[in-house]
Write a protein that binds this ligand. Structure first.
Ligand SMILES: [Zn+2]
Length: 509
């Protein structure tokens, strides 16, 4: 007898439809599985065989063939156990329907027949709905996540027995009857900029960076509040748009980090991986490919504290994603794309002890300082748009009673300046100044004759590269937008130059 079950596999964060066919016929008692399978999918055979025996449905001594379609897509992940089990049961005649094209089935099963949660349920269910499927059977632990896709009848199951009863009685409503209470979470209370006294320069840099989504670097001695300031950036980020919430939630689903209890993700991420993070942990990949920290920071902030402490190859791995807003991984059976459109915020001490260039306090040798700064390569520095020195707090700032501006007030200004950008770029494929392609710099960051001459001087003086020069102009564009002005003025250029002068100060080459 023949049977067919609809399921899916994940590539990157995309779900690809897969059809599992099973055939039980007379012949040598074997259990064969074919169709370009990753090793963990091949192992499903033993899990399914044992699990079915343990729930009282031992496989008959006949020839069992399971085929996965389409053949040219590599099937990976553990979510195929349940569709295989259902297809085999149906082909054995143990289920009333042999063809289950209109139900998406995913789930891993343990040897005792218990259905285990899997990663990537949200993109799978969303994609299934797009191809017209209206019912799905998922592990119970994934049911709330699946229910985030509206218009889908979601049945969360705990074990194979439950799946069999569900399909035998077609008791969909009973299993789906439970109301999935999805409560939109109130946004968590974020640390606020008003809690930081002084540090005007760093705060200004944060506002500029967020407005144009520019990459940002703080250099300064320990205790200057670099981390404190950076951790308040989420409080001035604009809210996520609906499509962005879905895209981001899919990434977290593929990583197995979406519970679904509180609906789709509402807040822009702020990820601060430790400096011991591996290249793979940062950019993604692995035997069973998973998104890395930079994809978890998609549409939000990736914060690298103590930048020189990160392995050089780890930081270098950011170069390509910073340019493209995505990670491309080539693996057996195809390439994967993980979105990684994030704002990079980094912080570092200027030398091993942290006090350079304050020579009264710094005890490092020139060589030690040089070696320390050398850990950050020029190509990475070129990708930083804004760098500010974080001065140690003055006594006045430390004890000041002055009322500081709240994050809400800053966020309001950010939103206004971002609207200007979105309006200007509405016909383009980007929305922020930091994303203006090199070919359109002249169009959007036009300078007058005098300004051009001035910039030529600066180009030589700061030893800019084409890339860093363009970054400077994009920042100037953002500063002009913050002023609500159409043209880039001299003062905007000057401020942008200040944010670019760090190369010369610290990294004299
Ligand atoms: Zn030092």
């Amino acid at each position: 007898m023949y049977s067919r079950v609809a399921t899916a596999t994940i590539r990157g964060i995309q779900s690809v439809p897969v059809c599992v066919e099973a055939d039980v016929s007379d012949g040598m008692p074997v259990f064969e599985m074919v169709g370009f399978l990753a090793s963990e999918v091949k192992e499903a055979r033993e899990r399914v065989r044992t699990a079915l025996r343990n729930v009282g449905c031992a496989l008959p001594p006949r020839r069992i063939t399971v085929n996965f379609m389409p053949a040219d897509i590599r099937k990976s992940g553990a979510g195929f156990d349940l569709p295989i089990a259902v297809a085999v049961l149906a082909a054995m005649g143990r289920l009333p329907h042999a063809v289950l094209d209109d139900v998406l089935i995913v789930g891993e099963i343990g040897l005792n027949g218990v259905v285990q949660p899997v990663h990537g349920v949200l993109p799978m269910v969303a994609e299934a709905k797009e191809r017209g499927i209206r019912r799905c059977i998922v592990p119970r632990a994934n049911r709330k996540e699946a229910a985030l896709v509206s218009g889908m009848l979601v049945c969360g199951v705990e074990n194979i027995g439950e799946v069999m009863r569900l399909l035998e009685d077609a008791s969909w409503e009973k299993y789906a009857a439970e109301e999935y209470n999805i409560e939109e979470t109130q946004p968590a209370v974020l640390p606020d900029f008003s809690e930081i006294h002084g540090q005007r320069l760093m705060k200004r840099a944060c506002e500029v960076a967020v407005t144009g989504m520019h990459n940002l670097l703080f250099v300064g001695p320990p205790g200057a509040g670099k981390t404190m300031v950076a951790s308040r950036i989420p409080s001035i980020l604009p809210p996520l748009a609906e499509a962005e919430r879905m895209e981001l939630s899919k990434i977290y689903s593929v990583k197995g980090m979406l519970a679904g209890e509180n609906g789709l993700l509402t807040q822009r991420p702020f990820r601060a991986p430790h400096h011991t993070v591996s290249v793979q942990g940062l950019t993604g990949g692995g035997r069973i490919p998973q998104p890395g920290e930079i994809s978890l920071a998609h549409k939000g902030v990736l914060f690298l504290d103590e930048l020189p402490e990160f392995a050089r190859e780890t930081v270098e791995a950011l170069r390509q994603p910073l340019e493209e807003g995505a990670v491309h991984l080539v693996r057996l059976g195809g390439s994967y794309v993980y979105p990684a459109d994030f704002m990079l915020v980094a912080a570092m001490n200027p030398c091993p002890c942290g006090y350079y260039p304050d020579m009264q306090k710094c005890r490092c040798t020139q060589t030690a300082i040089h070696r320390y700064l050398e850990r950050i390569s020029q190509p990475i520095l070129d990708r930083i748009d804004i760098c500010v020195e974080a001065p140690a707090l003055t006594f006045g700032e430390l004890t000041g009673q002055q009322k500081e501006e709240t994050s809400a007030a800053i966020q309001k200004r950010v939103a206004v300046a971002q609207d200007i950008q979105r309006e200007r770029y509405r016909k383009e494929g980007f929305s922020y100044n930091s994303q203006i392609p090199a070919t359109k710099i002249r169009e959007y960051c036009a300078l007058d004759k005098k300004q051009e001459q001035y910039m030529e001087e600066i180009y030589g003086k700061l030893q800019l590269t084409a890339r860093s020069y363009h970054k400077l102009l994009r920042v100037a564009r953002t500063l002009a937008d913050m002023d609500g002005g159409d043209r880039i003025c001299d003062r905007h250029l000057e401020e942008a130059i200040c944010y670019r002068s760090f190369d010369r100060k610290f990294w004299e080459r």
